[in-house]
Ligand binder design. Structure first.
Ligand SMILES: Nc1nc2c(ncn2[C@@H]2O[C@H](COP(=O)(O)OP(=O)(O)O)[C@@H](O)[C@H]2O)c(=O)[nH]1
Ligand SMILES: [Mg+2]
Length: 620
């Protein structure tokens, strides 16, 4: 369990931690000289059962607010320290707001320096604190009166805190490991060590980690000064790393088990503190242990509001992550909130539908609820969803398994989840559109895939549309001849004279085997004008009856099957599963030039793939 101190400068935070743990967290010479905490300090004690109770001692001076925020970014509880002889002061208030905004669950009030104040004065400060807390919604936090000098109240407080540590349940593990770095230093003989809190997943010795694109390895781990083979979610640890550079990792960096997408837009839930003055200029975003310049655009007013954070550099975040916004010019906290979508939208960020989704994601308590909500709006690309909610593959699969009425469609690179009714709506729109198309173009077999995907009102990512079409092809709702898509049972109506001509042309083409005659030869054999013949052939191509493999050579669909069969035989007969143009020429006997044209056609048609002078059969 990790507890942070909070409160105004000089109110006795560091002295309190020393009294509780015996560790002086003001280690730096400058801190000693000025009697002031500048850097984060760390100390710990253990319960009788061996659970570590870690303390993060933060600076109280307003100048070091960024450091304070890095310290409380991921703690389980906070000790709000107020000196009995001084009362509530500006940073008492600011720190309290910050703890609230960061969602710190437990608060313990400590009236310090009680030896310096009369009991009446202590009671007054207690009332003052109560007044401050009540409207903020903390439910009656316990209050302890202590003195680090006389030791009064220290043991009672210590027992209480150890009790909390004993009852503390580590957060449910989940997600890929993400550790927010709050300190970096060198240890003689060991090298680079960083400290930080693991906010998801788990860490093991030997594990590979990424920091800002840099690949690192965990050489050793420590929790509360003791070597540990692994670290669980919610624990603070020191990580000895191999592979560091001078620049990274450093405070503000994330160490992660997998690469996370970053973005310079975050769509968030925003709480604006009462009386705070917001503006469109540059503000400061405190996210994790980092600070970034940011502009804030409110998308929808409310308590909390919805907003977009616009950053100068991309950052990584996940759904639910807390943040604070400060105005550096006047050195005050304006508010804070939670990340709702770490991939904020560039276009359409303020559309009603989008805002409704953000509100749903604000209400959602689990990734499952968020997925259900998102599916109501549109198909959900699962890779992106898993990133936003930091789900491992297994977690995503387990989540999908709990949703009964959900269709998952897998494309070549992406997969989508959508509600069955959406699937049916998409089918209804394709069915209606294609029916109308057939009626409007009776002489043609059907449109090409590109036209169908664009025009049929699917308004879906291209890869998803392809998935849908293949699915309907498999279940027989659609049919395709070479490239033309059509409804089952639809046949183009050829003019009678076209039909008769097609029969004669087919005969001539078939006689050529894999090498049907070219247009010139056809025109001679048919005693027909070249131009007229060409117009006919193009008409037949649109009707799906013929296929132009080269500008001057047409094939019947059945002949194309023959060309494909040669490719399949060659691929099957070679160890590499591939073949060269020369091999195809020899196997087909169609000559060098036509071979080149045929292979280009097969590539275009997606039947073969050309890689380093070799052709492979395309998957699927
Ligand atoms: N008399 C008295 N002085 C205290 C007590 N706690 C802290 N101090 C003094 O108050 C000053 C500030 O204490 P420190 O722990 O550095 O405060 P911080 O800035 O909140 O960390 C120091 O001079 C301490 O010696 C206490 O319980 N009684
Ligand atoms: Mg201090």
């Amino acid at each position: 369990m990790i507890i942070a101190t909070a409160g105004h400068v000089d109110h006795g935070k560091t002295s309190l931690v020393r009294a509780l743990t015996g560790i002086d967290t003001d280690q730096q010479a400058e801190e000693k000289r000025r009697g002031l905490t500048i850097e984060l300090g760390f100390a710990w004690v253990f319960t009788d059962e061996g659970q570590a109770l870690g303390f993060v001692d933060v600076p109280g001076h307003e100048r070091f607010m960024a450091t304070m925020l890095a310290g409380v970014a991921a703690v389980d509880a906070a000790l709000l320290v107020a000196a009995a002889d001084d009362g509530v002061m500006p940073q008492t208030r600011e720190h309290l707001s910050v703890l609230r905004l960061l969602g710190v669950e437990r608060l313990v009030i400590v009236l310090s320096r009680c030896d310096l104040a009369e009991p009446a004065r202590v009671a007054l400060v207690r009332d003052e604190l109560h007044e401050l807390l009540a409207p903020q919604g903390w439910d009656e936090p316990p209050v302890f009166c202590v003195s680090a000098v006389t030791g009064e109240g220290i043991q009672l407080l210590q027992e209480y805190l150890l009790g909390l540590a004993r009852d503390h349940r580590l957060r449910t593990p989940g997600g890929h490991a993400r550790l927010m770095v709050d300190r970096r230093f060198s240890v003689a003989g060991a090298g680079c060590v960083v400290t930080g809190t693991l906010v998801s997943g788990s860490l093991q010795v030997g594990q590979r980690l990424l920091a800002d694109g840099l690949e690192l390895r965990v050489r050793s781990l420590q929790i509360a000064g003791r070597e540990a083979p692994q670290v669980a979610v919610g624990q603070r640890c020191a990580v000895n790393l191999v592979g560091v550079t001078e620049e990274h990792p450093r405070r503000g960096d994330w160490l992660t088990a997998v690469a996370f997408d970053s973005s310079d837009r975050l769509d968030v839930e925003l709480v604006q503190l009462e009386g705070s003055r917001w503006h469109r200029g540059l503000l400061q975003l405190h996210l994790g242990t980092a600070v970034h310049p940011v502009r804030v655009v409110v998308l929808e007013e409310g308590r909390p509001a919805l907003a977009q954070l616009m950053l100068q550099r991309p950052v990584q975040a996940v759904w639910g992550e807390r943040f604070i916004i400060r105005d550096p010019a006047v050195n005050t906290t304006l508010g804070g909130g939670r990340v709702l979508d770490p991939q904020g939208l560039r276009r359409g960020r303020g559309k009603a539908q989008r805002l409704a989704l953000l509100r749903d994601w604000q209400q959602a308590a689990t990734a499952r609820q968020a997925l259900m909500a998102a599916m109501r709006w549109q198909p959900v690309e699962l890779g992106g969803f898993a990133q936003r909610f930091n789900l491992t593959e297994a977690e995503l699969q387990a989540l999908l398994d709990t949703i009964n009425d959900c269709e998952v469609l897998c494309g070549q690179r992406q997969a989508w989840a959508l509600l069955p009714e959406r699937l049916e709506a998409a089918w209804a729109s394709v069915f209606a559109w294609l029916g109308a198309w057939h009626a409007a173009h009776p002489e043609q077999l059907g449109p090409g895939e590109g036209e169908l995907k664009l025009a049929a009102g699917l308004q879906l990512p291209s890869e998803l549309s392809s998935c849908l079409l293949s699915r309907w092809l498999r279940d027989g709702r659609l049919q395709r001849q070479v490239w033309a898509w059509h409804l089952p049972g639809h046949r183009q109506q050829l003019l009678e004279e076209d039909q008769m001509l097609l029969a004669r042309v087919s005969e001539l083409l078939l006689a050529g085997g894999l090498r049907p005659p070219i247009i010139g030869e056809l025109s001679q054999a048919l005693e027909m004008e070249l131009e007229q013949l060409q117009a006919f052939l193009q008409r037949m191509q649109r009707a799906g009856e013929l296929i132009a493999v080269a500008p001057n050579r047409y094939y019947l669909p059945s002949q194309i099957d023959g060309l494909v069969a040669v490719a399949q035989r060659l691929a099957a007969g070679s160890c590499s599963g591939s073949f060269t143009a020369a091999e195809y020429r020899d196997a087909s006997g169609i000559g060098r030039n036509l071979t080149i044209q045929v292979l280009h056609y097969l590539d275009r048609a997606g039947i073969t793939r050309f890689v380093r002078e070799q052709r492979f059969l395309a998957a699927g």
